[in-house]
Design a protein around this ligand. Structure first.
Ligand SMILES: [Zn+2]
Ligand SMILES: [Zn+2]
Length: 196
């Protein structure tokens, strides 16, 4: 299954030009099997996500991109409501408590230089392919992913129509919701894919 693990929608992310339904239509048109909404520092309420899933008949998952002192962090499996943290360290404590996983987003763009020998332990891996980054940045990020326990993930980082579906994560297992997404991530049964 091809799932875009990094995209934004209105109104939770005001920097996005896409309403959730538009995002779903574009993702479906471009051959994706699902998307994961990663609004900036905000989690979708579970009920709203379930309603969107039902209304569109498309797999829409929820995660978050956290703004932290170590750069942007993609967080999967955090409890709903917990989406604002003073530091990546605090996010790590919350992820540990909730059984969630943290990935350093677009590491070759800005995050890498802030991560130290100690704080790198917060992350399962990095975003190895980001649809908004350059080829060279993705080559660097893919190289970095080899230094981690799990493979790198991939997503479009889409804020506009043209960006949707430029990158996605290919899962070996059937993903039906956040629980199976988390299990597949934890098992490392996926690979990052560039689709441009
Ligand atoms: Zn944004
Ligand atoms: Zn970001």
């Amino acid at each position: 299954m091809l799932i875009d693990l990094h995209c934004y929608s209105l109104p939770l992310s005001q920097c996005s030009a896409l309403r959730p339904e538009e995002l779903v239509d574009l993702a479906r048109d471009r051959g994706l099997d699902g998307i994961c909404l990663t609004e900036h520092d905000a989690l979708w309420p579970a009920a709203d996500l379930a309603e969107l899933r039902q209304r569109t008949g498309f797999l829409v998952l929820g995660a978050v991109e956290l703004t932290t002192d170590l750069g942007h962090v993609l967080a999967f499996g955090l409890d709903s409501g917990s989406a604002k943290f003073a530091s990546a360290g605090e996010a790590f404590v919350a992820a540990q408590a909730a059984g969630g996983l943290l990935y350093l987003a677009h590491p070759a763009r800005d995050g890498l230089l802030r991560v130290t020998r100690e704080t790198v332990e917060y992350f399962e891996s990095v975003e190895a392919v980001n649809g908004s980054d350059s080829r060279l940045q993705n080559v660097a990020a893919s190289g970095l992913a080899h230094g981690f326990r799990l493979p790198g993930v991939a997503g479009s980082d889409a804020h506009s129509a043209a960006e949707v579906g430029r990158a996605a994560t290919r899962f070996q297992d059937r993903i039906t919701g956040e629980a199976s997404l988390l299990a597949a991530l934890r098992a490392g049964r996926y690979e990052p894919v560039s689709l441009q």
